[in-house]
Design a protein around this ligand. Sequence first.
Ligand code: HEC
Length: 199
Amino acid sequence: MKQMNQKNEAQRREQPEPWEGDRPVPWLVLGVIAGLFIWSIGYIWFTHQEVPAAYGDRRTMADFEVKGESSSEGSIDGSKIYATHCVACHQANGEGVSGVFPPLADSEWVVGKPEVLVQIILHGISGELTVNGTTYSGEMPPFGDKLKDSEVAALATYLRTSMGNNESEVTTEEAAEQRSSVERDTPWGGDEDLRPMLE
Ligand code: HEC
């Protein structure tokens, strides 16, 4: 019995394949692993940010603005003016809210005479107004005080060339002309006032 155990011990000392010998992990491999380990700790340490990643990279719209052009007329973005002043009622796609706010997409008032569109933006509307056969009787606020001529022009141009509309642009001069040609401090009275102007 004892002899058998001794034999087993001798066997246990052997490698499965005698020619394999004793092969420890080379120092080079250990060194590379240790190096990567140290590098990764350093990487995490030096790229650590105080602000949680969920806050994004903290760039704001101002960082993307094209510098030096903001004051010149050609760069006024009608879609931004629309998003600021009109979108709450007429909605982002210009389809309005059924029965309450009329659509601007494919509206006869938008694609008709540009003068009328500018007048609506400058003075607003109060009273019954028919748009695409549906009658609305809401209040469209005036924007003459809030928007400069160049902004009115950019906005009117945006409406006439987007949302499926494809009409002529409106220039700052045209907007200025409309502003100076009409003196009124009350909104237009709906169809009654505006319909004749459209014809
Ligand atoms: C407070 C809600 C409100 C805001 C803001 C508003 N509108 Fe209107 N708008 C209306 C209503 C209501 C009418 C219909 C008026 C009526 O029934 O007499 C209308 C009518 C119009 C019309 C004529 C009808 C049509 O659908 O084409 C145009 C054009 C128009 N708005 C453009 C604009 C533009 C451009 C702006 C942004 C500068 C704007 N509106 C902001 C409520 C609004």
